[in-house]
Design a binder for this molecule. Sequence first.
Ligand code: NAD
Length: 357
Amino acid sequence: MQFFNHNEFDNHEHVSFFSCPKTGLKAIIAIHNTNLGPALGGCRMWNYKNDEEALHDVLRLSKGMTYKAALADIPIGGGKSVIIGDPKREKTPELMESMGRAVESLGGKYIIAEDVGTCVEDMNQLSKETQYVTGVLQNNKGSGDPSPTTAYGVFLGLIPAVKHRLKKESLRGLTVSIQGLGHVGYYLCKYLHEEGVKLYVCDIDDDKVDVAVQEFGAIPLPFHEIYDVKADIFAPCALGGILHDETIKRLKVSIVAGAANNPLEAPHHGTMLSDRGILYAPDYVINAAGLMRVYHEYAANQGALFSEEHILKQVKKIPEKLETIFDYADKNGISTATAADALAEQIFKKHSFKKAA
Ligand code: NAD
């Protein structure tokens, strides 16, 4: 397996591999960049086909967190972790505790939160072994599940996208197709349904689809047909790498904007979307509200005041940030994905000069 020459390595500061034969833990913690502060990012538990797939995922995810924090004006670096295993069959309290010990061993360089395959109860379990954990249950002095906040940020972020691409002032009457009805996808459906949006949905878990059909009148689709449905917006809310040469050709939407991290398989897919006239709201900008929430929990653990009002104020800046990116992309004739990367790099790379000086 390539490591320092790995396509996604991108000068990661620190990558650690952990195993615990007693609990079955096999995990990787990746810290991309700490110019702005200690690394904060979620822990994904997934049944990866092999170690290579897990490494590829964690490197891409942690890099994304560096860019996310920079554009969200959060003094935090980029990091992420993955646990190799099926969360439905292999997750145990003991496994989570050993992950907590792995996080603790890094002495605060990496702060953990939830992601796909982990949840607020898991963060509680981890908190028995590490102080560097966020997204803990609210009655345990945590900020709870960040997903509803993430979904609200995505919902708000759809409005500037619709204004920019469709010249419409609101989402009412539009059609949105959603891939993935987990923690974020469910709440996004809820907000959109309340706004009078027609929903097409899919998930590999039929029970989640049934809930969306019953609660929000959503129209279910087989999961492989989500790329073919005609809609105004496609909102990816499952895993990454789903937009590539084959799927982009099939899209019949004007906008791609959702919660999923790294929906583009490779950077050129951002250009491919814009060449097809599809406006892409960069993932780490539109889905940053969850990070905003867990960052405030982390800051509160350091003595700052935890305020829901303050979080909401920050989340409400997401539309403005997206407008800046859309305008920057138009002015420079580049894709919105490239525009977001350039603007984020201006922020965190400037700090690396300060660090070196
Ligand atoms: P989750 O595990 O709760 O939900 C993911 C859902 O996607 C599950 O229901 C799963 O069955 C479904 N899924 C997986 N593969 C699929 C496929 N091929 N087709 C259709 N459905 C599929 O995770 P989540 O917390 O809702 O996160 C969703 C995405 O948003 C992830 O990419 C995550 O990294 C990103 N994200 C989450 C947050 C947060 O606050 N939870 C914040 C920022 C970004």
